[in-house]
Design a protein around this ligand. Structure first.
Ligand SMILES: O=P(O)(O)OC[C@H]1O[C@](O)(CO)[C@@H](O)[C@@H]1O
Length: 362
């Protein structure tokens, strides 16, 4: 896992270097007036889709609906407005995602794009075209590099769609690519700063009653991935929340010995104030409050801030916001003495059929 986190910079650079070849292959024959995109994904792939959604909608002037595929297949109706469907699955082998794509195919004639690291698998076979996230198979099931590769690939898909459909021109496309290059170029520093921050604070991060992350806007997807990653590897109670949603119930479940992370990005004043009000309130009752700050203002004082420098476009911020979370999950697990190489629940997939074949994780 640690090795893959450290490969994020090269993996994302490769994706950017391949632009627009891989996205053009995915967009081949896709109708350029598609306005209502449906994304079907689960686990880290739905968290990645949620992280990319606001960028996609904003750059391409589209609406992106994101659904858990099993519930979608079993209970939801296919909207007659849906004009493009994306199945997002790093392995290409999540059965629910494949089933949901097939349901849409049975009911409506819409273009289907598979977003995956494995173009040779069942999901791409069920779709018209494939967006290869260019990482190859991630051999560790607790995905990190592939998560961020999925986020960037989805953003670039929408960027190219925006260009091809005439929503933006070549100059704007180039400016966006420069901004992506700049953000990706910061990943090594984010890793270095996060490791130093962890070394400084680790005694306060190791044994809480529960871990919590709170985000808004695009980093709600990051907070969801926090929950997935911390539950998967740290294996303590962990929750990832939307800022407002945390104020409607979850705030009642806190304990003095919790660890909370606040994800701060550039935002309207009203959003920043709402976040500050919550964080200040919680700090009266919880000792260990941490902030991952990608906003414009340096944060000092009692909130233990990891100041990573601003990402001007908050919709691109998820690319950097998730890396400290992945690192903390790994570092805490390591300090707990858990050997992630030792597989647990090895018969799970065979029993519940969540993948088309049992994954040979290391
Ligand atoms: O992106 P995929 O391959 O569809 O996987 C979705 C989720 O399923 C898992 O592989 C576990 O089954 C998770 O690690 C992952 O987040």
């Amino acid at each position: 896992m640690y090795t893959y986190i450290n490969q994020e910079h090269s993996a994302l650079t490769k994706i950017l270097d391949n632009y627009p070849t891989q996205v053009d292959a995915a967009l081949k024959d896709i109708k350029l007036d598609a306005q209502n995109w449906l994304v079907l994904a689960t686990g880290s792939s739905i968290n990645a889709s949620r992280s990319a959604k606001l960028y996609m909608e904003n750059i391409a002037n589209i609406h992106v609906q994101i659904e858990e595929p099993f519930n979608y297949t079993m209970y939801e109706s296919v909207s007659r407005n849906t004009d493009l469907v994306l199945g997002v699955s790093q392995s290409g082998q999540s059965t629910a995602t494949i089933d949901a794509i097939e349901k849409v195919s049975r009911q409506r004639s819409v273009n289907r794009i598979a977003v995956t690291s494995r173009p040779d698998t069942e999901l791409p076979a069920a779709c018209d075209t494939t967006l290869d996230i260019l990482t190859g198979k991630e051999r560790v099931g607790y995905v990190t590099m592939g998560f961020n590769a999925t986020v960037l690939s989805l953003m670039l898909l929408a960027l190219r769609f925006a260009k091809q459909s005439g929503t933006i021109d070549s100059t704007q496309e180039k400016a966006e690519l420069n901004e992506f290059a700049n953000v990706i170029g910061r990943i090594p520093d984010v890793i270095k700063n996060s490791e130093e921050f962890y070394a400084q604070h680790k005694q306060n991060m190791l044994t809480p009653r529960q871990y919590t992350a709170i985000g808004y806007g695009a980093t709600v997807g990051t907070a969801m991935e926090f929950q997935t990653k911390f539950v998967e590897v740290v294996r303590y109670p962990a929750g990832g929340h939307d800022l407002e949603a945390f104020m409607h119930g979850p705030y009642l479940g806190i304990h003095k010995d919790d660890v909370q992370f606040y994800l701060v990005t550039n935002a309207q004043q009203v959003v920043l104030e709402k976040m500050a009000a919550l964080r200040n309130y919680e700090a009266n009752y919880i000792d260990n409050i941490f902030t991952i700050n990608l906003g414009r203002n340096q944060d000092t004082g009692r909130h233990n801030s990891l100041n990573l420098g601003a990402v001007d476009d908050p919709f691109k911020a998820p690319i950097l916001a998730v890396t400290p979370i992945q690192l903390f999950a790994w570092l805490i697990t390591n300090d707990h003495g858990v050997d992630l190489g030792h597989q647990i629940f090895t018969d799970f997939s065979e029993v519940v059929h969540n993948k088309t074949t049992v994954q040979d994780y290391v």
